[in-house]
Write a protein that binds this ligand. Sequence first.
Ligand SMILES: Cc1cc2nc3c(=O)[nH]c(=O)nc-3n(C[C@H](O)[C@H](O)[C@H](O)COP(=O)(O)OP(=O)(O)OC[C@H]3O[C@@H](n4cnc5c(N)ncnc54)[C@H](O)[C@@H]3O)c2cc1C
Length: 547
Amino acid sequence: MTEAPANQASPLEPYNPFTADPVLASAATREGAGHAVADLTDFGRRVGTNEMFAWGFQANKHTPELVTHDRFGDRIDEVRYHPAYHSLLEFSVGEGIHASHYGSTPGDGGYVTRNVKMHLISQVEVGHGCPTSMTGAVLPALREQPDLAAQWEPLIRTTSYDHRLIAATKKTGCLLGMGLTERQGGSDVRANSSTAVPVNGGGPGGEYRLTGHKWFTSAPMSDAFLVLAQAPGGLSCFLVPRILPDGSRNSLHLMRLKDKLGNRSNASSELEYTDAAGWLVGDEGRGVNVIMKMVNSTRVDVTNWSVSLMRQAVTQAAWHLTQRAAFGELLIDKPLMQNVLADIEIETEIGTLMVMRLSGAFERAPIDEAEAQFSRLASAVGKYWLTKRSTPVVREALECVGGNGFVEESILPRLYREAPLNSIWEGAGNVIALDVLRALARSPESADAFLAELDLASGADVIFDRSVAELRTTLASDVAEVDARRLVEQMAVCWGACLALRHEPAIADAYIRSRLDGDWGSEFGTLSRHADVAMISRRAVPTEVTK
Ligand SMILES: Cc1cc2nc3c(=O)[nH]c(=O)nc-3n(C[C@H](O)[C@H](O)[C@H](O)COP(=O)(O)OP(=O)(O)OC[C@H]3O[C@@H](n4cnc5c(N)ncnc54)[C@H](O)[C@@H]3O)c2cc1C
């Protein structure tokens, strides 16, 4: 090894991912979280420490282990995690990211604030976001069964992370998960074959015995799961605890943990139920309607995570390029590199604007019909688009860092492995695109709300106006199933352009000419020479590094 390390970037740690992202801060303020800027600034400082980043690396290197039996041969069905994973969950639950927003009043900015926190912590480690997200998301579904909600809600809404495998009533806080997917199908849950037999007549809130399997159940050390199974009255939703009220173990057996591409800190299991006790949530036969209340919430988190991955990757790339020289100049000053960085920065900023706009609409939906209609479509369009854009953005950011980007310590390989998962979770791409068609057919008002949103930028750009006019025509026609993805993409880029024109005009022209007018190549870094790539690429460089 030669003496002085030459021409290597310094680590971007510690840094504050909130103050480093003015686009996020202003979008969050617009959507109602302005009162929380000081809190978010402090949160960002605590998230961006060396210790937090170290936990992220450790939790993904030392992955969860399944222990099916104890040394005497008795089944225990436990997953052992590295202490760093527990530290991450303790932090996020302690901050209330799992459930604080279920106590806030719609419109007070509580949910938007919580989503900014989820966005920031997920840049450091996203695997523990799965149980964090699912736990609170259970509440809207569980409230369909008020007696069960009354028992569990206080245990869910504490800020205490208690990972002991004991009866929920003896714990200071609980985590919850979901079990939908079976071997024969995940998207088509109506094909579920697990059965639920009523005990003492069953009925809403009543006890059943569940038998069957779940092919994917993440966070299997959760205290309870919402599970779909076939009851006499059809597919139904059940609350299934791991430990029964008398302290004995429910009959749930962990068969295997999945050896996954990414999301490795989080365990995902194959689970068998043998006469396991579960309690019916809502009416028999309404399982899909009930569980969708949970899925709708986790879907926003999945969308948010995609943008977190993009932002962290682009920030790391920009940081590197400001310090690495090649051919006599810093890479950030090379015109072609500026084009690449500007292109992925634009994509990430649009993602940030979309996810914050969606968070605000989702929060206000219960008190504002127009927001409810808008979020019905925007949540699906955003989920489809951003979970897809994440992978190519992260890949290109990784390349900006060169060989170092391919090395684990840079964080980029982990971000890259995480990126494709979000487009599978909570409805894979086609399923979401078909959901958009379903929403258009069932509630045409949602199309009106979506177009009304686009009209807010009407007149600001001729290409934008033309694109929206074309979209309006398409939406008025009968869109065939085969064209669903094309439609969703058209909606997404029009929405992105609208947000840029209204809130980030510095990137609007480059976005519109490339994404709407087709003046673009097949890869990032092909913006037209008229785009101000020097200025846009600089927007990616974290401005506040040490605060
Ligand atoms: C890491 C990980 C963790 C997971 N954790 C959980 C969990 O905790 N709980 C849980 O219940 N599930 C979990 N899942 C399962 C996940 O939700 C499913 O994988 C997902 O819903 C897709 O289901 P599937 O795998 O059966 O694929 P399929 O349903 O077979 O879909 C395969 C492909 O077909 C497409 N497709 C489906 N229907 C149509 C159609 N009508 N027209 C056109 N294309 C279609 C889909 O878009 C997809 O691309 C997890 C998965 C992963 C990878």
